[in-house]
Design a protein around this ligand. Structure first.
Ligand SMILES: Cc1cc2nc3c(=O)[nH]c(=O)nc-3n(C[C@H](O)[C@H](O)[C@H](O)COP(=O)(O)OP(=O)(O)OC[C@H]3O[C@@H](n4cnc5c(N)ncnc54)[C@H](O)[C@@H]3O)c2cc1C
Length: 324
């Protein structure tokens, strides 16, 4: 059954952010013939509307007021509420980003409805929304349905596929009000120093664990990531490896580290403790390399190789290089 869906769009470097295209893909599937709308806020908003139409939006609710360029939740909340009123959307999808973490609960409170945070799956079941998220440190999945409207859902990046871009698609444009006064003053901005591809953004993550035996083990992990391509693969680590000082804590994957959902997650000499899986269970494909055939990681892996990583990785690296 069709339902109208509103996506809260985000812009990056003046363009539609990749996660917004993913949410629009999810929205077209959930709408099932209903109308898909998107909010676009900030000076680049009008320019991004064409990309949003190509990515699946039927309607863009736009304000090009530069007052929206920085995310201030009170200003964005008013704009999104105006879009909810204008579109009568029964579902609001927001990225599980800095914006979504703040805006999702606020919007749900203001509309006297509920929010499901950090979801990995959204479906239309007989006209009702079902949202699924990971629970108990990745050991279970919890599925939510909503008794109130709109259903507000924040969705993890890379968990949804964008649609094939609809070249030349057009749609309706609706003006949203300019940004009002804000109670938040941004006094400064400091960019985090980070080099290369970030593990949260990488389509491939190769992670190493305590079973590497020594910090030198990460050299071969880095070689494997480099064989996939420095623009495609980043290196992660288990907490045990980080706690031993073998790899920087910034690369830790898991409950108390980063949450990643790449297309491919390669876990090398990692046992697959629930706290580690909490950070990678949203990966599309998990490949595990472990010498213990009973290791927990094999329960989550689509492909598993039982053996010593020292013997397996050089072979794997040569095989990947041979593909070029
Ligand atoms: C509150 C809390 C939060 C936590 N948060 C996190 C978190 O964010 N991230 C995280 O990762 N952990 C976290 N942990 C720790 C977690 O419980 C595990 O202790 C940790 O994930 C284990 O890391 P590991 O798999 O690298 O090491 P181990 O459990 O020691 O596993 C090593 C694996 O390597 C295999 N192995 C050994 N030698 C080889 C070889 N030569 N070739 C192939 N395989 C080999 C072994 O068979 C074993 O399966 C947390 C724990 C708590 C209590």
């Amino acid at each position: 059954m069709a339902q109208d869906v509103l996506v809260v769009g985000e812009l990056a470097d003046g363009k539609l952010s990749p996660v917004t295209a993913e949410l629009l893909g999810a929205a077209t599937r959930v709408a099932d013939g209903g109308k898909v709308s998107v909010t676009l806020l900030g000076s680049a908003a009008a320019g991004a509307a064409a990309d949003a139409f190509a990515a699946g939006a039927d309607r863009a609710c736009v304000s090009s007021d530069s007052g929206y360029d920085d995310f201030r939740s009170d200003q964005w909340l008013s704009a999104v509420e105006a879009a909810v009123d204008q579109t009568s959307a029964g579902v609001v999808l927001i990225a599980q980003s800095g914006v979504g973490r703040d805006l999702g609960p606020r919007l749900a409170f203001r509309r006297n409805t509920a929010v499901a945070m950090d979801c990995l799956r959204v479906e239309n079941v007989d006209g009702s929304l079902r949202a699924t998220r990971s629970a108990y440190g990745g050991n279970a999945h919890a599925t939510y349905s909503f008794a109130t409207s709109p259903a507000v859902v924040t969705v993890r990046a890379k968990s949804q596929d964008p649609i094939e871009p609809r070249a030349g698609a057009s749609g309706e444009t609706v003006e949203l009000p300019a940004a009002g006064a804000s109670r938040t003053e941004i006094t400064g901005r400091e960019a985090a120093v980070s080099e290369g591809l970030q593990i949260q953004d990488a389509p491939i993550v190769v992670s190493g664990g305590r079973g590497l035996g020594a910090p030198e083990g990460f050299q071969v992990i880095e070689e494997l990531a480099a064989a996939f391509g420095s623009d495609k693969a980043a290196v992660g680590a288990s907490r045990a490896a980080c706690d031993l000082g073998w790899y920087p804590p910034s690369q830790q994957v898991g409950l108390t580290g980063k949450i990643v959902s790449p297309d491919l997650y390669v876990a090398v000499a990692i046992s697959g403790a629930s706290q580690h899986m909490a950070g990678c269970s949203g990966s599309k494909t998990i490949v595990a390399i472990n010498r213990d055939p009973e290791a927990n990681i094999f329960k989550s892996a689509r492909f598993g190789i039982v053996g010593d990583y020292k013997a397996i990785l050089p072979e794997l690296i040569s095989a990947i290089k041979a593909l070029d």
